[in-house]
Design a protein around this ligand. Structure first.
Ligand SMILES: *[C@@H]1O[C@H](CO)[C@@H](O)[C@H](O)[C@H]1NC(C)=O
Ligand SMILES: *[C@@H]1O[C@H](CO)[C@@H](O)[C@H](O)[C@H]1NC(C)=O
Ligand SMILES: *[C@@H]1O[C@H](CO)[C@@H](O)[C@H](O)[C@H]1NC(C)=O
Ligand SMILES: *[C@@H]1O[C@H](CO)[C@@H](O)[C@H](O)[C@H]1NC(C)=O
Length: 323
């Protein structure tokens, strides 16, 4: 009852917007599957492993929902991809992303053998991990009340590289409104093969935010041979997204913490900040946080000047997926 009413309202708003606006008006947001609205859930915020069969494989993820989750209200969804050897729950504990995203559900995905397609050590193929992503979205939308115009992806290292691969895919990647890889391992043969290649984003503009430590000794800022294949330098990788997004050639640079962090921002198709990057001088291969997190301890790193878990949701909230 409540579910179908909500669906009708959304459709009504979409129709009146397209009737009354000129051709250049932003496209109406995408209305996806809302069959999960109105479903009852046990009053626990962290799901036990949700298991689905996808591309012939048993796959798992853990859903986190806000403590005041209302099954008749639509929520945005963030899908996360942990680094190699890391589980979704470990990524959740490290990033504490839930705490800074009270208006979103977070799906902490697990890789096959705890890694993601795109590296030469990956257990799954790109098709298997893309199909898993599509099946995960279908499963979450059937069970929870999701606003399909507000679906986003983030991840770290090999998982950040997979976020790049996802952004390059027209169909599954097209389900997402924005992407935010951290310390991304963009192995060029598969994860992001560069311009003039098989990278085919769904739309002319793909919002993209990347964080990278200059002291990263696993996914080097200046590229080279990584442990899973050749890596582009981060400035080169950013220039690919600036080109694909038709950004202005020059970008802005904001100095943070006396220049220890540089925030780069591109204007693309007249919209500021569609491509953004945080270059963190004294940072290694871990999740940026001003409070020492588990990944920083594991890397022998000190706390950072910025919190990626605050910056990423604020970036995502500016974007929705058009029709
Ligand atoms: C996007 O991914 C899906 C799932 O793997 C695949 O079927 C499709 O061909 C991909 N698109 C392109 C352009 O490669
Ligand atoms: C590669 O793509 C860029 C941007 O689309 C284009 O300007 C350039 O001419 C292409 N280069 C080749 C060798 O096709
Ligand atoms: C993966 O690529 C790296 C080079 O980037 C190489 O050193 C390593 O041997 C390769 N591993 C496999 C399993 O092919
Ligand atoms: C980062 O997040 C922590 C925990 O929420 C908070 O205490 C700290 O003030 C934040 N730092 C910045 C620079 O926003």
């Amino acid at each position: 009852m409540a579910k179908s009413l909500f669906g009708l309202l959304t459709v009504a708003v979409a129709v009146s917007a397209s009737d009354t606006c000129a051709a250049q008006a932003p496209a109406a947001p995408y209305v996806g599957d809302t069959s999960g609205c109105g479903k009852y859930h046990l009053p626990i915020v962290n799901g036990i492993d949700d298991t689905i069969t996808s591309a012939g494989l048993k796959r798992t993820y853990n859903i986190h929902r806000p403590s005041d989750y209302d099954s008749n209200k639509q929520y945005g969804l963030i899908v996360t991809y942990p680094g190699t050897t890391e589980t979704g729950i470990e990524f959740e504990l490290d990033t504490k992303l839930d705490l800074s995203t009270p208006n979103h559900l977070v799906a902490y995905a697990n890789g096959v053998g705890n890694n993601w397609a795109g590296a030469n050590y990956s257990h799954a193929t790109p098709d298997q991990d893309l199909t898993f992503t599509r099946d995960l979205l279908d499963d979450v939308r059937k069970n929870y009340c999701i606003d399909s115009s507000k679906i986003y992806a983030t991840g770290i290292s090999n998982g950040g590289g997979f976020v790049g691969l996802l952004a390059c895919n027209d169909t599954v990647g097209g389900e997402f409104a924005a992407f935010a890889p951290v310390a991304g391992a963009f192995f060029t043969p598969l994860t992001d093969p560069g311009l003039n290649s098989t990278c085919t984003p769904a739309r002319p503009v793909t919002p993209m935010l990347e964080f990278h430590g200059v002291l990263d000794d696993q996914v080097a800022y200046n590229g080279g041979l990584g442990d899973g294949g050749p890596l582009p330098s981060i400035p080169t990788w950013l220039s690919w997204w600036a080109t694909r997004n038709s950004c202005d050639p020059s970008f802005g640079t904001e100095q943070i913490a006396n220049g220890k962090v540089q925030h780069l921002s591109w204007t693309c198709n007249g919209k500021a900040g569609v491509v953004q990057h945080y270059k963190i001088d004294l940072h290694k291969h871990d999740w940026p946080s001003t409070i020492e997190d588990f990944s920083a301890i594991a890397e022998g790193d000190t706390p950072s000047e910025i919190n990626a878990s605050d910056i990423i949701p604020a970036f995502f909230e500016q974007y929705y997926r058009p029709t």
